[in-house]
Design a protein around this ligand. Structure first.
Ligand SMILES: *[C@@H]1O[C@H](CO)[C@@H](O)[C@H](O)[C@H]1NC(C)=O
Ligand SMILES: *[C@@H]1O[C@H](CO)[C@@H](O)[C@H](O)[C@H]1NC(C)=O
Ligand SMILES: *[C@@H]1O[C@H](CO)[C@@H](O)[C@H](O)[C@H]1NC(C)=O
Ligand SMILES: CC(=O)N[C@H]1CO[C@H](CO)[C@@H](O)[C@@H]1O
Length: 403
């Protein structure tokens, strides 16, 4: 029956010789042929199935009673390769070894399991007909993100951005895209007219077309296949556009001696140089206004591309009235917005109080200069006002200020 065993599994010549020798030895010692053994070997338990993460160790346990002269061999079913016979290793794989407890238990150990170790393993006894049992080894591999080939993670507004994330692992991982802070992912089609908003998107490639500045920020590709750890990679999406500059009030009136804050809101990407200027005379600009005891420039980021830049002028003197410019320049261009700062005559009683366009919030009185009872107002005109009326009001205010 060794013959049959041997033929089935295609031994090398030397192994064949060893096995014949073993059979001969066993016959010589016991004085009887194995075939005449009265007790048939029997397996006491099933061979296990294992699911193992790559790199771990695992073993199969084969328990055989009444083995007598027979021998236990380990075979890899799919390749028909003999791995071990009794306690001898046949396979030239240093990661495999066999242990025997000198009683009835044989163990085939696989250390540092690799993907190609998966398959069916057989514990076989050379009876006639032979007896065998099988166990399956599944090797699983946690996900990995193998590349970060990003085809342009920046684009101009209206352009397209494609992020790709190739993940490996066994079983094959699923790839999910999310935005930082659980912000929605926006897909636009049809020239940006159609919008589809999702929390997450599945697929190795994330294609954003007709991108807007609101699409800017961090995106994550998350690969998972049920085998910990789940992995993720962060991508930064940048959307570029010419700066947009908006002053809260284009026309600001404030009395002498008061503090006034000129507010400017800027959106820009890539990063812009933002400054306040003074218009000297007709068209000449002053140098960039720098902080000094009289001037404070406060900047506050709203998000990655938006910023407030507020200019506070303290204790207004006659020379402070005039035109101020809030300007922003980046690689794509320059934008600016004007504020006209006018002297507000508190003595002109009633002018401010009856005006419909009054806001009391935008200028701050100097702490000790103005009594709490004084009525002071700020006049503002939005850009929505018809230019004729704007011009008229401007003239009116200039006229008032000359007195
Ligand atoms: C191992 O898996 C096979 C097929 O998937 C199954 O028939 C057998 O019962 C399993 N063995 C054990 C010990 O669970
Ligand atoms: C199995 O994979 C390991 C690691 O990748 C490699 O070293 C070994 O040669 C492979 N064995 C076979 C039989 O392909
Ligand atoms: C500038 O003014 C705006 C509008 O009032 C305000 O929301 C913002 O906080 C101010 N920023 C700073 C830095 O003071
Ligand atoms: C001779 C011998 O070892 N016989 C054993 C065969 O196996 C059964 C249990 O499976 C034992 O009870 C016998 O002693």
């Amino acid at each position: 029956m060794w013959n049959c065993f041997i033929q089935r599994h295609m031994y090398s010549t030397s192994t064949k010789a060893a096995w014949w020798l073993a059979t001969f030895f066993s016959v010589f010692v016991t004085g009887e042929m194995p075939v005449q053994a009265e007790l048939e070997p029997e397996f006491l338990q099933e061979l296990e199935n294992h699911t193992v993460t790559q790199g771990r160790d695992v073993h199969f346990t084969c328990v055989v009673n009444n083995l007598s002269k027979y021998r236990v061999a380990w075979i890899k079913s799919d390749s028909k390769a003999i791995l071990a016979y009794h306690t001898h290793m046949v396979a030239l794989n240093p990661r495999l070894y066999v242990t025997y407890n000198n009683h009835n238990t044989w163990k085939l150990h696989v250390s540092n399991v690799q993907a190609n170790d998966s398959g069916t393993y057989m514990c076989q006894v050379n009876t006639d007909p032979m007896k065998s049992q099988m166990g399956h080894l599944s090797v699983v591999i946690p996900p990995d993100i193998v590349d970060s080939v990003t085809e342009g993670s920046s684009a101009q507004e209206g352009g397209s951005i494609r992020l790709t994330c190739t993940a490996t692992g066994v079983p094959p991982p699923t790839v999910l895209w999310r935005r930082e802070g659980n912000r929605p992912i926006v897909f636009r089609h049809d020239g940006g007219r159609e919008r589809k908003v999702v929390d997450s998107y599945g697929g190795e490639s994330l294609e954003l077309s007709h991108v807007q500045r609101t699409d800017m920020g961090a995106y994550y590709c998350i690969a998972s296949n049920g085998i910990p750890p789940t992995v993720s990679r962060r991508y930064h999406v940048e959307v570029h556009f010419i700066p947009q500059v908006k002053v809260t009030n284009q026309l600001v009136g404030a009395p002498l001696g008061s503090d006034v804050e000129l507010q400017c809101y800027i959106e820009a990407s890539p990063k812009a140089m933002n400054s306040w200027y003074r218009e000297d005379g007709k068209s000449l600009l002053s140098d960039k206004l720098l902080e000094n005891p009289k001037l404070r420039v406060k900047e506050a980021h709203v998000n990655v591309y938006s910023i407030w830049m507020n200019l506070t002028i303290k204790s207004l003197s006659p020379g402070d009235y005039g035109t101020y410019l809030c300007a922003s320049v980046n690689a794509l261009g320059k934008m600016e917005s004007q504020v006209s700062l006018h002297r507000l005559e508190l003595s002109v009683n009633g002018f401010g109080a009856e005006e419909p366009m009054v806001s009391g919030a935008a200028w701050q009185r100097a702490r000790n200069q103005q009594p709490a009872t004084s009525q002071a107002h700020q006049y503002f005109l939005t850009r929505h006002l018809p230019p004729q009326i704007y011009a008229l009001l401007l003239t009116l205010l200039r006229y008032v200020n000359t007195f």
